[in-house]
Design a protein around this ligand. Structure first.
Ligand code: G3I
Length: 455
């Protein structure tokens, strides 16, 4: 009985999909691909390219049954154009508006809401208004460098990406092209061309470069992984590689991550059994720092790792390592791949305190803040509430960094410019918005959080 009724509903839905007429409440025009549990309201909003006071609202709700949709544009505002798919709504008065779309079908009702802010200039992109549009991160951070990452194709292409690099940042890290697998692709054959493009761009725009990373188990060329010579020849090869690379970038690169992510995450955090450890011994890290110091005594040398805040035991292992390096190490790079809801401020503060107590420089080296650590695959956009929670986390991280003594300050680097370029999207495979700019290069509340963290 139940299946006959269900098949009847599906047949009706298909007939409806091809016969629905337009009305002030929203109805679908095309059929479903799969049967979701319950209707979920969904809409996109964008500022009209022709009028900063006009918002374009598009109902993106998808459901296999007919449904009714009702808009509330906030504070009694009415639509100036009531199209079937796109609503145009004018917001003349400054203020905060909550826009809602409520959809109902089969007795189920669901609402999606988003807040917008309007000021004297119009609707603020991502609720980021006023002077924030005229500010810049690098100018606001007067006691440390503000960094981000780039790639040689990006700097060669120019455009909005490089515009943002130059206007907002004064420290650059190569996302992946100044690592061994790119710079030393085969024995005796160095390729610095991609790194050079980034360094030349930085020099041309008065920016510092942070070299990342000389030795990393995840960016080791296969010919090194399968090195055929003796251990002594291997060590000589590593010394030659570090010396050649630092001499090539002498005076152009201010600092280097000599070794990245040397510890296992498991209990006791033993050293990873990388080919460097196998061939050079447990003290391979110290040897690499010594090679670097010998090659360029003026460049700042960092040890870089992740989970420094979220794992107190890994943090302890890292600090024991830098203690063992003595004056061969100048700073600690805490990557800071975190989430809006953790690690706690106390744990982040512990990274700062441990570094300051050792008179070392601190680099928050790869900051990004997941807005969807719950890995909710049904979310299609960054909600206002979550954007504000992320903003508060950016503010918290910057406040902690900005409060350390001047001598320990170095740089705070964000691991990407636009949300859609973040490595996190491929790595976790779920929707997320971890950075300070959206895909249209609009500043997000996260950007405001960074600036508020400096106040
Ligand atoms: O650009 C090429 C593309 O032309 C080619 O078609 C494609 C397929 O081979 O590769 C692309 O390059 C990839 C690059 O990311 C850009 O997507 C490289 O193979 C890939 O290795 C590189 O991954 C980088 C990864 O480190 C390994 O170097 C990520 O961008 C980068 O975000 C990630 O960064 C690491 C930090 O160095 C250390 N801490 C964790 C962080 C995230 O994993």
């Amino acid at each position: 009985m139940k299946n006959t009724f269900r098949n009847l509903i599906c047949l009706l839905a298909l007939i409806m999909a091809f016969s629905c007429s337009n009305s002030s409440d929203d109805s679908p025009t095309s059929g479903p691909t799969e049967l979701p549990d319950a209707i979920r309201a969904s809409f996109e909003h964008a500022i009209s390219p022709s009028d900063p006071f006009v918002l374009l609202l598009t109902n993106t709700t998808s459901y296999y049954l007919p449904y009714t949709g009702m808009w509330d544009y906030g504070n009694g505002t009415t639509a100036i154009a009531d199209g079937t798919s796109v609503k145009e709504v004018r917001y003349d008065a400054a203020g905060r508006y909550t826009i809602s779309l409520t959809v109902s079908s089969d007795g189920i009702t669901n609402t999606m809401s988003k807040d917008i802010i309007v000021d004297e200039n119009g609707i603020c992109p991502n609720a980021v208004c006023g002077d924030l549009n005229t500010s810049s991160l690098k100018d606001a951070a007067t006691t440390f460098s503000v960094g981000t990452i780039t790639r040689s194709p990006y700097v060669n292409a120019g455009g909005k990406h490089t515009e943002i690099l130059v206007s907002e940042f004064n420290n650059l890290t190569s996302e992946y092209e100044m690592k061994m697998n790119v710079m030393y692709p085969s024995e005796g054959n160095y390729d610095f061309s991609a790194g050079d493009a980034i360094v030349d761009f930085a020099q041309a725009n008065g920016m510092n470069v942070h070299g990342h990373a000389l030795i990393w188990h995840n960016a080791t060329p296969s010919w090194v992984e399968n090195f055929s010579g003796t251990d002594a020849e291997f060590e000589t090869m590593v010394e030659d590689y570090i010396t050649t690379t630092l001499e090539h970038y002498k005076g152009k690169v201010r600092s280097w991550d000599v070794v990245n992510e040397a510890f296992e995450d498991g209990s006791g955090h033993p050293l990873r059994n990388s080919v460097f450890r196998q061939k050079m011994g447990d003290d391979y890290i110290k040897k690499c720092f010594q090679f670097a110091r010998n090659a360029d005594p003026d460049v700042l040398l960092f040890y870089n790792d992740y989970n420094m805040a979220s794992s107190p035991t890994k943090r302890e292992a890292m600090f024991n390592l830098v203690d063992s390096l003595g004056d061969l190490v100048d700073g600690v790079g805490a990557q800071m791949h975190i989430s809006y809801n953790g690690p706690s401020a106390a744990n982040i503060q512990a990274v700062a305190d441990g570094t300051v107590s050792r008179n070392l420089k601190l680099h928050f080296a790869e900051l990004d803040i997941r807005a969807n650590p719950e890995e909710d695959t049904s979310v299609s956009s960054l909600s206002t509430d979550r954007a504000n929670a992320q903003k508060e986390k950016y503010k918290e991280v910057v406040q902690i960094y900005n409060a350390i003594p001047l001598d320990n300050k170095f740089a705070l680097t964000v691991w990407g410019v636009r949300d859609n370029e973040s490595w996190l999207l491929d790595f976790w495979g779920v929707p997320d918005w971890p950075l300070m700019f959206d895909e249209d290069y609009n500043k997000k509340p996260a950007y405001a959080g960074f600036l508020e963290g400096l106040q």
